[in-house]
Design a protein around this ligand. Structure first.
Ligand code: NAD
Length: 296
């Protein structure tokens, strides 16, 4: 299938490579030339701009930082018109519900199908093709999206109508922020009282405090070989993107009139951490907020 792929960052780059590896003809574009070159080296075709990447594609995927980028891509410069009638647009970015709905409705008005499909699983999941896709849209469109997304994901889940994927993703990331901060806090406490962080992680991993941040994405440097913490918090999921997601969750909570005291606290913690010079590092670097004497 001819697929257009826009946004080749920490997530989009390895995702596009997996699509090409599965035998699809993948046309890619990113504002950063080096990202296009890497995707081409992985078997994709480089395009000079977004419209050329989308031209004649049966499906298109966007993986951009935030709602403004997704709206800019799909609602300006008539890029939806570059695609043939009935083509499937899948936005995998984590964005506000209103933007997802606006793009979805614009796509439908032009005779295209749209699914919001934010992901979970981090850069390791993107590389391994084991992401969880959390989808919002019509059941038939979601079924069609599953066929396109299969080479990149292990769990392909339908949350509900247009925008529901984003709502579920925001709930998930608010919980992720809370358990990452809690994990960092518990590790710092144990280490200050003389425990080895790897031993403490193994104990909590077999106890009731176990969670994804501890078990799969340990924030303490050196505890887990493949985690961003063990490579200077490079790559991964940038703190500024987590702050963005927590802002989206707060807006959702305001809309729903749902109390989120722990989410609000986590947002303040990650914002403080971002402003301390960590915004471009992986969000698990929140570990460093718990004390400068903690060494990698
Ligand atoms: P990133 O900043 O590494 O990548 C974004 C890419 O989009 C960059 O390469 C940038 O140059 C490109 N870009 C921006 N505007 C563009 C435009 N108009 N046209 C073409 N390219 C453009 O971010 P990421 O970590 O890959 O995250 C992407 C999305 O996925 C975000 O919404 C994020 O919240 C979400 N997400 C990230 C992770 C993670 O672990 N990194 C996990 C789940 C979800």
């Amino acid at each position: 299938m001819k697929i257009g792929f826009i946004g080749l960052g920490n997530m989009g780059g390895p995702m596009a490579a997996n699509l090409a590896r599965a035998g699809h003809e993948v046309w890619v574009f990113d504002l950063v030339r080096a990202h296009i070159d890497e995707a081409v080296a992985a078997g994709c075709h480089g395009a000079v701009d977004a419209a050329s990447a989308l031209d004649g594609c049966a499906a298109a995927i966007s993986m951009l930082p935030a709602g403004e980028h997704v709206r800019g891509l799909w609602l300006e410069q008539a890029r939806l018109s570059a695609m043939p009638a009935g083509a499937l647009v899948i936005d995998c970015s984590t964005i506000d519900v209103a933007s997802a709905r606006a793009v979805g409705e614009a796509a439908r008005e032009r005779g295209l199908r749209f699914v919001d499909a934010p992901v979970s699983g981090g850069t390791a999941g993107a590389r391994a093709g084991t992401l969880t896709f959390i989808m919002g849209g019509e059941a038939t469109d979601v079924e069609a999206a599953k066929a396109v997304l299969a080479p990149m994901g292990q769990s392909l889940l339908h949350a509900g109508p247009l925008g529901a994927g984003q709502i579920a993703k925001m709930c998930n990331n608010m919980l992720l922020a809370i358990h990452m901060a809690g994990t960092a806090e518990a590790l710092a406490l144990g280490v200050r009282e003389g425990l080895d962080p790897a031993v403490l992680s193994a104990i909590m991993g077999k106890s009731s405090g176990n969670n994804w941040s501890l078990e799969r994405y340990n924030p303490w440097p050196g505890v887990m070989e493949n985690a961003p913490a063990s490579r200077g918090y490079q790559g991964g999921f940038m703190t500024r993107l987590m702050v963005k997601d927590l802002g989206l969750a707060m807006a959702l909570a305001e809309h729903a009139k749902s109390p989120v005291p722990l989410g609000a606290l986590a947002r303040s913690l990650f914002l403080l951490h971002a402003q301390g010079g960590f915004e471009a590092l992986d969000f698990s670097s929140i570990q460093q907020l718990y004390g400068g004497q903690i060494e990698g």
